[in-house]
Design a protein around this ligand. Structure first.
Ligand code: ZN
Length: 152
């Protein structure tokens, strides 16, 4: 039986925002444990997350640079799971409707060019793992279709 390697990539970018992805708490690194939190990032009942405007603008710049189409309506999803550094039991991300889609980058491999289609999703990523204060930095996930057949 002969197999063909077909690869899709998921690349994570940290967006250089000064505040967390869905609240106004600072993302400054190296602060005292649990000092950069609020009801929103702790997931208290009744608290409502609001997307960081800088994160949105930065993500749009990346998406446009990658020739993506931008969704007319953007939505976020709760990914429910327990993790020791995430006691509120959910993460906010984009599940089935990326911020941007149908982007394309051209790669050259073995002397030939190929267009790789991609999408961009906003989500928040934990930067530390030692306490609850976690800097929930804004991350952009760029995913490609499984189309890289050049690699051996
Ligand atoms: Zn907060």
């Amino acid at each position: 039986m002969k197999y063909e390697t077909v690869i899709g990539l998921e690349v994570h970018l940290q967006l250089a925002t000064r505040t967390k992805a869905f609240c106004g708490c600072s993302t400054k690194f190296g602060q005292k444990p649990n000092s950069q939190t609020c009801p929103v990032c702790l997931g208290f009942p009744g608290s409502l997350p609001v997307l960081n405007e800088d994160a949105f603008r930065f993500a749009l710049k990346v998406a446009l640079a990658l020739n993506c189409k931008i969704q007319k309506i953007i939505k976020f999803d709760r990914k429910n799971y327990y993790y020791p550094d995430l006691p509120k039991n959910f993460q906010i991300s984009q599940y089935d409707m990326p911020l941007a889609y149908d982007g394309v980058v051209r790669i050259i491999a073995e002397g030939a060019g190929k267009d790789i289609r991609l999408s961009a999703y906003i989500w928040k990523k934990t930067r530390e793992s030692s306490c609850i204060r976690k800097e929930r930095i804004t991350a952009l996930s760029i995913t490609t279709e499984a189309a890289c057949r050049f690699l051996r």
